[in-house]
Write a protein that binds this ligand. Structure first.
Ligand SMILES: NC(=O)c1ccc[n+]([C@@H]2O[C@H](COP(=O)([O-])OP(=O)(O)OC[C@H]3O[C@@H](n4cnc5c(N)ncnc54)[C@H](O)[C@@H]3O)[C@@H](O)[C@H]2O)c1
Length: 291
């Protein structure tokens, strides 16, 4: 199957990155969000990120202008339904994702492949509620999308070979590398990464170290490019908590119990960079640790 157009549902940090790389690769993109603000912010950010690529001579001005011209934004979900491949990248809550697929179904073209950028939720379960579980799979980008090389491709129990190969072709056209993961909670990257981040929050909660000493220890002692708390702020603490809950519920093992301090930050609305405050406060010139 040939893919010419991509629908992206959710224009947050992942959705705008996905629209960015798809448009640069030559796909027509329809980007949807319930929030007009999110769509405006996404268009602005994609433009600025592409400008940076032009100034670094990664792309030409002409490529930038053509790519921007391929992106259409809409608050009207059915507008996305006619595209060849839909990537759902809305908030990490199963009920939100289910509602999006329920609303899309009556409008979908027969050939349209449905995918989710979920970090953790069962692809098989999301697929089972649609009319096309064989044309449904996980298409999991890493953050920030224009920079990160990996895409996890997750087949649900019913995903057919053609769907997998079509998605693999799209990943290759993006110049990225696919890793095939089985459909178990949080797949590969987050199954390993999130318990480490959660453990870093426990280390903070128990007073073993403060924000600075924990991040510095893992940067200088384990050669990680970012400390785990800095990375958690970058991902979004709500997303981290949602993934820990999926691991805890899905694998029924207490080792995945979300740290109460992570829950407290989310309850405070301190979700990390996207709300200007998390384990660091980003409202000034330099990030200041909040503990
Ligand atoms: N943040 C990361 O590092 C990361 C990495 C890989 C995958 N993901 C996954 O990508 C998805 C999005 O995460 P994010 O970090 O971009 O979140 P985000 O909070 O930045 O953005 C979510 C967007 O979804 C929109 N939205 C909510 N309900 C909607 C609806 N019904 N229809 C359309 N849009 C709706 C919101 O308005 C918001 O703009 C999640 O499933 C997350 O697990 C996140």
């Amino acid at each position: 199957m040939t893919v010419n157009s991509i629908g992206v549902v959710g224009a947050g940090q992942m959705g705008n990155g996905i629209a960015h790389v798809m448009a640069l690769a030559g796909y027509d993109v329809v980007l949807n969000d319930i929030s007009k603000d999110a769509l405006d912010r996404a268009t602005d950010l994609i433009g600025r990120n592409m400008d940076r690529q032009v100034s670094r001579e990664k792309i030409t001005q002409d490529e930038r202008d053509q790519a921007m011209g391929r992106i259409v934004t809409t608050q009207d979900l059915p507008h996305v339904a006619g595209t060849d491949l839909i990537i759902e990248a809305a908030t990490e809550q199963e009920t939100i994702k289910q509602k999006i697929f329920d609303s899309l179904l009556p409008h979908l073209a027969e050939h349209t492949i449905l995918t989710s950028n979920t970090s953790s939720i069962s692809i098989t379960r999301l697929a089972s509620r649609t009319d096309r579980p064989e044309k449904f799979m996980g298409f999991h980008f890493m953050n920030p999308v224009p920079v990160m090389q990996l895409v996890e491709l997750i087949r649900g129990i019913a995903t057919d070979k053609q769907t997998y190969e079509t998605c693999l072709g799209v990943v290759e056209k993006l110049g990225k590398t696919a890793a095939s993961a089985e459909d178990f909670p949080a797949f590969i990257v987050n199954r390993i990464l999130m318990p480490m981040i959660n453990e870093a929050v426990y280390t903070l909660y128990e007073g073993v170290g403060n924000v600075n000493s924990i991040d510095q220890s893992m940067k200088l002692g384990a050669n990680h490019p970012m400390g785990p708390l800095e990375l958690a702020d970058f991902i979004g603490l709500d997303t981290c908590l949602a993934i820990m809950n999926v691991l805890h519920d899905g694998l029924a093992d207490t080792k995945y119990r979300p740290c109460p301090l992570l829950t407290k930050y989310v309850e405070a609305g301190w979700l990390g960079r996207k709300t200007q405050r998390g384990f660091y406060d980003y409202r000034g010139d330099v990030p200041v640790p909040t503990r």
